[in-house]
Write a protein that binds this ligand. Sequence first.
Ligand code: PLP
Length: 469
Amino acid sequence: MAELNSVTLESAHFKILEFAYYYYKKNKVGPLYNNIKKHTGYGKEDIDKLFPRGLSSVYSWIGIPIQTLDKGCKPIANIKAANFREVYLDYNATTPIRKEVIEYLKKLLDDKSIFGNPSSGTTIGERAYDLLDEARTQIAATLNAHPSNIIFTSGGTEAINLAIKGLAFRRLEKKGLILSSPIEHHAVLNTLFFLQSLGFEIDFVKIQNDGSLDLNDLENKLKRKPFLCCFMAANNEIGTIYPLKDIGELCSKYNSILFVDAVQAYGKIDLKPIEWKISLMAASGHKIYAPKGIGFLYVSNDQILTPLIHGGEQEFSIRSGTENVLFASALAKAAKLQFNEKEAETLRLNKIKDYFIDKLNKCSIPYTINGSLTNRLPNNLNITFHNVDSGSILLSLNSIGVYVSSGSACSSGSKEISHVIKAIDPDNSNGAIRFSFGLYTTIEDIDYVFEYLPKIINDLKNKEKTYVF
Ligand code: PLP
């Protein structure tokens, strides 16, 4: 036995260090947890127990530059794009501010007559108030709601926190049960886990392999009388759409309040909060070509929330703080355009999606589409490429200017598969790539991707082979 930094080294340490050393020598990148597991049998849990700082210690002890961890120590395909261009296919992550909204914002910024405080009784304040009121009215109209049902927030995460905590904090004595699904966004999941730490009970309804909600399980769990149900309208990773009308019926039958995270769905699919018995619904500006840092919460007339931010009692005393009038107005402008163009854009995006799948089939890359193909956001494709690590694909695509998302956290150095992919496909060890299309995506963009994607996949497959010791 040897000692290093007061850790007694056992044969397991040597086995891992030896493998990591040869792996780095050969591949010029450090191994990931899964590489080590594959070749030594020791997985993330063992490595984190054996080494004080997990994979970082393995790297530093044998001199692998730690930057390879920070950059995502994954092999990248050796592909150069002669006709390099930037292709943004990550519209589910965020959208650029659309041209019309930029023009509109410029006009507002230049307008010296509207900078007042909307809470002030002065003429200049009233002008700002009117602009805010107009934005609220326009957004309410997209949901057939009343303007007083719309609370502006700093974005989706804040709207989600306000809805869930705002209700839960009204029952800090009684606590109670909240139902949700395992594939919600972390804005919902982490809010729920926080409430769990305060004594609330959280239970998750089962989902099917395509990410759809098991309505029988929902009904069974509703019999336990949860005071709140939190379900997303559409999933941000796999695009699966939840049947909100049916969920609303069931929740109302069992007297449970329904909160909907509509951050990915607002402006893309039909949402009828009043008809579908949805009490609270969150949306965000930066998913629909408005700026980041603005969103809203729809609150039905019968819900009272405990505010999370106290102060000057703006936003009907639910969310204090001087409102971001310009961004609220930009959000309303973007929403209006989005709703006017929804049908035509849905058709166009579905065509792009079909074109993408057709291209994929023609180049015979083995793949699986995650999520439902029929019940899905028009702009989303989530794909697992068989036997190729999604982090490597992401970095390789990035090197030729194609921007996508991957289910694995490449910056952590470990190959973490996203909770959504894990929930629908527990055996998936490659992660998944999310291609999400939008307003500025063209067929030429997809052609560019397919000029290189097959080469990337083949190159990475060959690399994988050379990594085997
Ligand atoms: N909910 C879903 C489904 C999302 O996709 C996102 C953002 O990706 C959020 C919530 C958080 O929204 P925001 O980024 O506006 O805080």
